[in-house]
Design a protein around this ligand. Sequence first.
Ligand SMILES: *Cc1c(COP(=O)(O)O)cnc(C)c1O
Length: 426
Amino acid sequence: MRIDTKCVQSGYTPKNGEPREIPIIQSTTFKYDTSEDMGKLFDLEASGYFYTRLQNPTNDMVAAKICDLEGGTAAMLTSSGQAANFFAVFNIATCGDHVVSSSSIYGGTYNLFAVTMKKMGIDFTFVSPDCTEEELEAAFRPNTKAVFGETIANPALTVLDIEMFANAAHRHGVPLIVDNTFATPINCRPFEWGADIVTHSTTKYMDGHGAAVGGCIVDSGKFDWSRYPEKFPGLCTPDESYHGIVYVEKFGVGGAFITKATSQLMRDFGSIQAPQNAFLLNLGLESLHVRVRKHCENGQAVAEFLKGHEKISWVKYCGLPDDPYYARAQKYLPNGSCGVVSFGVKGGRKAAEQFMKNLRLAAIETHVADARSCCLHPANATHRQMNDEELMAAGVSPDMVRFSCGIEDKEDLIADIAQALEKVEI
Ligand SMILES: *Cc1c(COP(=O)(O)O)cnc(C)c1O
């Protein structure tokens, strides 16, 4: 099946007389005839469901679709994108370990790594997405367990050199984890470029309608943990909480990572996606391929319009030929990047606020990647606590507007932006 067909058909194939739509299994628990049957599930001797804190059939059908879209071997849904990135890293890095991450990542992920996981004893070294091979090489330590980056970073809109980061990770015997939220598997499948684990905030384009917060982790099944048992003892040595199971032996290279994340992290943290939300997510996935192309068409048109406008000081969009990430985007995202454009309004902070107040179609929201256009002034919202100097250091200028193009008519979007700019006094 090609990707468009997978969006619609993967993950669930009803048998004769079964519901056409994915059933919502709204049940916390599952019934068994004997305690022995149940015991086998707890020992991971048999596969099946026993408690929705760990696993639910609705979630697994939707995870299977995303797994197929990314070309992986196993996947799991999580309650949010934050939970997905936390699980993906914490599944292989623990107290005393170290991770190399691109500095150009979502602010929530940066906090998770630099503040919260740091408190758990995990050290992060942040490198520029534009670092040289030598600079990247220098970031590794003997206790490094993973490399992390975002295909298209939110909100910086930088594009990751996935091949270079994957090669460096593999030279050091560790996997590359890529957050593919903004690109989606429609525009980029990081496994094809050497990434080993992919994560998503499904809250964004995958859901696409601002209906349900969620996340997903997909394993490529290509990283051979058993080659580095001393680096990944959690996967390669007996798990005493499961009667001495060795995940790589029992579930193979394609199943070990997700099985361990489910049976240990989901068991202990319970960051499961509600089956209702998984159902809504699947509705979004069924039209992902149609929507993403429209988001990109609108993003490109809006970026080109803004580029030529006298009241705009700068535009960031990797589909513009003079964007610093244009060449990299041509390689990794030849069919389009995403619908998010960032730009500066001449006149700085005050002009940006004026501009946004005048918009009629695009709503002011802490959200992106939605069917309805929305925008945010980071200096006034997500980065409000910072002064102008700190903003610049974080790559967020005081005049920056993050504009997420929805799937409305592009001429209407441009007309809305044009009338809002007209009222801005420089
Ligand atoms: C939104 C976002 C996240 C966090 O996801 P939530 O679903 O909000 O928890 C992580 N990574 C990227 C790239 C995002 O855009």
